[in-house]
Design a protein around this ligand. Structure first.
Ligand code: PGA
Length: 221
């Protein structure tokens, strides 16, 4: 795990990884996260004016809600990245039903080159909540009370937070050639240590990353 000096450096360093990937291979397939942690990275990427024209993206997850809703992850991505770079809208994919056809789309693109992840306070990655199968694929899931609580800050009231989502599975994520996990804030440090140095167990979904041979973890407090 690399400890960075502050949130700006975290954003900058992960943007460097994305930039390098796109520069080296313009047809890259990326998996992208939402949440508060990657906001600075997206800001930094927009500033760099990279060529996104051939890039294909897959988002990690989406609430089971109207994609045009102001708090959907479609809206988040449009606002923070897609509407601000020259990406081709048809190349931006979100998990959808039938979930098998989303998985087929990833397969058809010949796999993910780089997957950027955040981590939830309960150790989830994407919306793979504790006790998700390590073999899981894209599917509809129920969100835990903890995640609903954590994410209520983005909504007008906790009752507005969707109770279900569609998430890429842990098995799907692990097939990425390279994975970068970014975590911001001292409240993530404990779960990060448990996930990266503790037992590999389905009760801590992020612990599966110990089994991947190309993972980078970046943290700032
Ligand atoms: P956060 O969410 O970046 O808003 O902390 C991370 C996550 O739940 O994966």
């Amino acid at each position: 795990m690399k400890v960075l000096k502050d949130y700006n450096e975290l954003s900058y360093v992960v943007a460097d990884v994305v930039e390098e990937q796109i520069q080296e291979y313009p047809f890259s397939k990326l998996v992208l996260p939402t949440g508060s942690t990657p906001l600075g990275m997206y800001e930094e990427l927009v500033k760099r004016k990279l060529n996104w024209y051939y890039v294909i993206t897959f988002n990690l997850d989406e609430y089971l809600m109207n994609p045009d809703h102001q708090y959907s992850y479609h809206s988040y991505m449009r606002k923070n990245l897609f509407d601000r770079v020259n990406i081709y809208p048809d190349n931006c994919h979100f998990p959808y039903r039938p979930t098998l056809s989303f998985e087929d789309k990833i397969d058809a693109s010949k796999g993910i080159d780089l997957c950027i992840l955040g981590i939830g306070s309960n150790g989830h990655i994407a919306f793979n909540e504790p006790d998700s199968s390590f073999k899981s694929r894209t599917r509809v899931v129920d969100l835990t009370e903890q995640t609903i609580q954590d994410n209520s800050r983005y909504f007008d009231s906790i009752d507005d937070v969707p109770k279900q989502a569609i998430t890429m599975g842990l098995g799907t994520i692990m097939e990425s050639k390279k994975i970068v996990l970014m975590a911001n804030g001292v409240d993530k440090l404990n779960i990060l240590n448990v996930a990266m140095n503790g037992e590999v167990t389905e009760s801590v979904p992020a612990s599966i990353l110990q089994r991947h041979d190309n993972v980078e973890v970046y943290y700032c407090d």
